[in-house]
Write a protein that binds this ligand. Structure first.
Ligand SMILES: Cc1cc2nc3c(=O)[nH]c(=O)nc-3n(C[C@H](O)[C@H](O)[C@H](O)COP(=O)(O)OP(=O)(O)OC[C@H]3O[C@@H](n4cnc5c(N)ncnc54)[C@H](O)[C@@H]3O)c2cc1C
Length: 508
């Protein structure tokens, strides 16, 4: 009798809690259930689904080498998934079912139903915590409450990690003699229909070249990052014109690599280094903790999964829904070069640099005063690394509606951000070719009266003037936040945003 391991957002063989536990008990069968209905409901990007499907081929090969056959099912209706899983366990004569928890509300409900159904037919079913380094709910304030601010969360998280003696990485199971392969181990045409509709073949080839699939690719990228850019991460991570970050987020989102493996690699790299040489490593570990923070917040406050603002009073703001403004933003035609470059990077690659995610998100919510949920959904629909907790956390941070949000009067000036983080304009030149010939002063704001182009040169540009005046937009959004009930005049913003120690940290 064997155990069935149900793979979901954990497409790897190493450091996999459910797989590790199952293999200690005996032979293992593996299962993956594709559910286009659920992908649609969750706005999963075709690029992300494409990465998942390609990764399943790698996972099947890696599992086969361990003697574990992988069954692939496609289930059209999300409500039928628990039944399909339990039926598969019984068809394969498995005595137990194991899986790693996901913490989004629908997934939690689906898993509850699966556990109940398994119990009703006498199938032992076990859920493991594996998606984060420390399980949601395990890091709490002295009063036993969930943290809602990053810095104290991080302090408590590090202390908790220390108390536990770290987060060991589990090995892949030892190879066994293979179980017979399952019948029909192919995904049904509804899966390819979903992809064909969202990602035409040329785009698919481009995405596949940018994001090769599989656990070994993820590990290769981790090693390359640790051996190279990690040392300079503290200095380079905010520069979209440099390859200063790991670009591991797609692999973390689908679980081709675990956050524990990332942490272990960073800690290994720190061994023997003086504190003064650890800035890059410490900063990168902080980013892994931001990921933890948002998953812990989502698990503790499920209302964020239901489209609500973490700060309920901000749902009273009259966010706009102007389709014209939204289309200009999403197509990268706002007339603000750094925002447009960012949005075009997203459309072309399925990925966007963290600094740019903050700039583009804040531009939508604060400069355009559009409902941040429109932007959140657009990101999910295009990101190859779409991960609900981080996406929602990042959007609510940028819109000042969230847990550890930017204070409402902290509004990025996109042009200053552009000059600071893309100083030569190299990133803009790459993604906004209409501006490629501009010098590194004019490129950030071609229509600026002082540093921009002369009126004649502007007229010949195939590029629009900005769709919004930043100063006026800033005043409008600050007034809107101030008009919320309960906002005291003492909370009124200074005319320039403060840069004191009391600022909330930015996620990245
Ligand atoms: C509006 C907005 C939306 C976002 N949407 C997503 C999303 O859907 N999926 C996603 O994985 N990240 C999201 N992020 C967080 C962050 O932008 C990405 O994780 C990061 O850009 C990925 O690049 P990287 O792998 O090179 O990161 P690195 O800088 O190498 O960091 C390593 C890992 O740490 C985690 N991480 C880094 N920064 C953050 C952060 N600010 N918040 C949470 N985790 C972080 C990621 O897992 C990342 O892969 C969003 C941020 C914002 C502001």
């Amino acid at each position: 009798m064997s155990t069935l391991v149900w793979f979901r957002a954990d497409l790897r063989t190493r450091d996999h809690a459910a797989l590790h536990a199952a293999a200690l008990e005996g032979p293992v069968h593996a299962l993956f259930v594709a559910c286009p209905d659920q992908w649609r409901a969750h706005d999963d990007a075709p690029a992300k689904i494409d990465l998942i499907l390609r990764s399943l081929a790698d996972l099947r090969r890696d599992l086969a080498a361990l003697g574990i056959p992988l069954t692939l099912l496609s289930v059209p209706d999300a409500r039928d998934v628990p039944d399909a899983v339990v039926r598969t366990a019984s068809a394969l004569r498995c005595r137990a079912l194991r899986f790693n928890r996901q913490y989004e509300l629908n997934e939690l409900r689906r898993d509850e139903r699966t556990l109940r159904l398994a119990a009703s037919v006498g199938l032992r079913a076990v859920a493991h915590d594996d998606q984060t380094i420390l399980a949601p709910g395990s890091v709490r304030t002295r009063e036993g409450k969930p943290f809602t601010v990053f810095t104290p969360f991080k302090r408590a998280w590090l202390a908790h990690l220390d108390d536990r003696g770290g987060a060991p990485v589990l090995p892949a199971p030892a190879p066994r003699s293979p179980l017979p392969p399952p019948p029909d181990a192919m995904l049904d045409p509804i899966v390819s229909d979903f992809l064909d509709a969202g990602l035409p073949a040329p785009d698919r080839a481009r995405i596949a070249a940018l994001w090769p699939s599989g656990e070994s690719e993820a590990l290769r990228r981790l090693r390359a990052f640790v051996a190279g850019p990690l040392a300079r991460y503290a200095a380079d991570r905010d520069r979209p014109d440099l390859a200063g970050t790991s670009a591991l987020s797609p692999y973390l989102a689908i679980g081709a690599i675990s956050p524990r493996q990332c942490l272990a690699a960073a800690l290994d790299a720190a061994t023997g280094l003086p504190a003064s040489a650890r800035a890059g490593i410490d900063t990168w570990i902080s980013e892994l903790v931001w990921r933890e923070f948002y998953v812990h917040v989502m698990a503790a406050f499920p209302s964020v999964v239901m489209g609500r603002a973490f700060k309920p009073e901000t749902d009273q703001l009259a966010w706009g829904h102007d389709p014209h403004l939204f289309d200009r933003w999403s197509a990268g035609r706002t007339g603000v070069p750094i925002v447009d470059a960012a949005m075009r990077q997203l459309l072309a690659t399925g990925w966007m640099h963290n600094r740019l995610r903050m700039i583009a998100a804040m531009f939508l919510a604060k400069d355009l005063f559009l409902d941040w949920r429109l932007g959140e959904r657009h990101f999910m629909r295009h990101l190859v690394d779409g991960f609900f907790a981080s996406n929602n956390g990042g959007w609510q941070w940028s819109a000042s509606t969230g847990t550890d949000a930017a204070p409402y009067f902290r509004i990025f000036n996109p042009i200053s951000q552009s000059r600071r983080f893309d100083p030569d304009g190299a990133f803009i030149r790459r993604w906004v070719p209409e501006l490629a010939s501009l010098d590194s002063d004019a490129i950030h704001d071609p229509f600026d009266a002082k540093l921009g182009l002369a009126p004649l040169a502007r007229a010949s540009l195939d590029y629009p003037p900005p769709i919004v005046d930043h100063a006026a937009a800033r005043d409008r959004v600050i007034a809107a936040f101030q008009s919320l009930s309960g906002r005291s005049p003492a909370a009124a913003p200074p005319s320039t945003p403060p840069r004191s120690k009391a600022r909330s940290p930015s996620p990245g």
